[in-house]
Write a protein that binds this ligand. Structure first.
Ligand SMILES: Nc1nc2c(ncn2[C@@H]2O[C@H](COP(=O)(O)OP(=O)(O)OP(=O)(O)O)[C@@H](O)[C@H]2O)c(=O)[nH]1
Ligand SMILES: [Mg+2]
Length: 313
């Protein structure tokens, strides 16, 4: 695509034109233009948003919570972007529809942009893409940006790497996942949510999270726990107030600033690694890799082959 055309799209996206925002995202996704090109145009103006990861086990109510939060955040006159990373298979697309249906408080509001994305891109690729998308949303003026991911474990790590705050959502039945907190996920969380508080045992869960928190050494940051219910509305307002106050103080918040520097560092590292790898794997080297057969396995140590491949310029 020509630079002129991209500039035109960027200009419109800056003015919150929905089609242009989508065009930028789809354009990156489909290699119509490169991340680098887009980044050159938008990056400098994508720092005024608070990026919040919403993560937790499947069905914990992550989308429902965002749906309840959106009107409250809008009441504060802040605009909202949502990126929902779709865990479902590409065939059924179940969750895509699910998110569309549940985040329905956004319909007909120009200051809310919701985008689902597939998780079938190559490993690590989804997170990077979500990071690019969140920059685009920030550039278009969205002030609070949610990134929803499913899972307990690896996905928390990746979402916490691309956001300013990580929210872990649990439900009263989350006993097993809570065990993981002890295994280090704790450090990643900035906010805990015990959702579905209309069900029994939610107090018990709040208590065990509190216990884990207070027994953890080096726990310098105060991590809030909100008990919420999307059914009765309990705790949602408190959660929204906390998000708004994080937003208002984000430029003074040392933790957030530290995370942003780490994020920038990690991004640089990852771009360089990708660049070097792309350059390394030229056609000649790839062919040599493809030529590996039964006899190479038996006759050559992988180290020898590596030297040979490296020798191909
Ligand atoms: N009882 C009760 N049900 C809830 C609550 N929050 C969400 N649900 C229900 O739980 C189900 C899953 O909600 P979602 O918001 O789709 O959960 P999710 O975490 O986004 O799910 P995935 O994106 O598929 O992982 C839906 O049927 C919701 O209506 C709640 O606070 N109480
Ligand atoms: Mg969801």
């Amino acid at each position: 695509m020509s630079t002129k055309k991209l500039k035109e799209i960027v200009g419109k996206a800056k003015k919150n034109d929905f089609i242009s925002i989508s065009e930028l995202m789809t354009g990156i996704e489909n290699n119509i233009f490169t991340r680098k090109e887009v980044s050159e145009h938008i990056f400098k103006e994508s720092h005024e948003s608070l990026k919040i990861g919403i993560t937790g086990p499947p069905g914990a109510g992550k989308s429902s919570l965002m749906n309840k939060l959106i009107p409250l955040i809008r009441k504060e006159n802040l605009s909202v972007g949502v990126i929902a990373i779709d865990p479902s298979s590409p065939i059924t697309g179940g969750s895509f529809l699910g998110d569309r249906v549940r985040i329905n408080n956004a319909v007909n509001d120009d200051n809310v942009f919701v985008r689902s994305m597939g998780s079938r891109a190559e490993l690590g690729g989804v997170t990077e893409l979500a990071e690019d998308f969140s920059d685009i949303l920030a550039f278009s003026g969205k002030e609070i940006i949610f990134i929803e991911t499913v899972g307990v474990g690896q996905s928390e790590y990746s979402v916490s790497e691309i956001t300013d705050l990580t929210t872990l959502v649990f439900v009263p039945e989350s006993g097993d996942e809570i065990q993981l907190l002890k295994a280090g996920i704790l450090e990643l969380a900035d906010i805990f949510i015990v959702n579905k508080s209309d069900r029994k045992d939610s107090n018990l869960l709040v208590k065990s999270i509190n216990n884990i928190l207070s027994s953890t050494k080096n726990n310098t940051k105060k991590i809030p726990i909100f008990k919420t219910s999307c059914k009765t509305g309990e705790g949602i307002e408190e959660f929204a107030i906390s998000i708004v106050s994080y937003f208002k103080s984000m430029h003074e918040n040392k933790n957030i600033q530290k995370k942003q520097i780490l994020r920038y560092n990690r991004r640089i590292k990852s771009i360089i690694e990708k660049d070097i790898l792309n350059k390394f794997w030229n056609n000649q080297r790839l062919t040599q890799l493809e030529d590996i057969n039964n006899s190479s396995i038996k006759t050559k140590s992988p180290y020898v082959l590596v030297d040979e491949i490296k020798g191909k310029k």
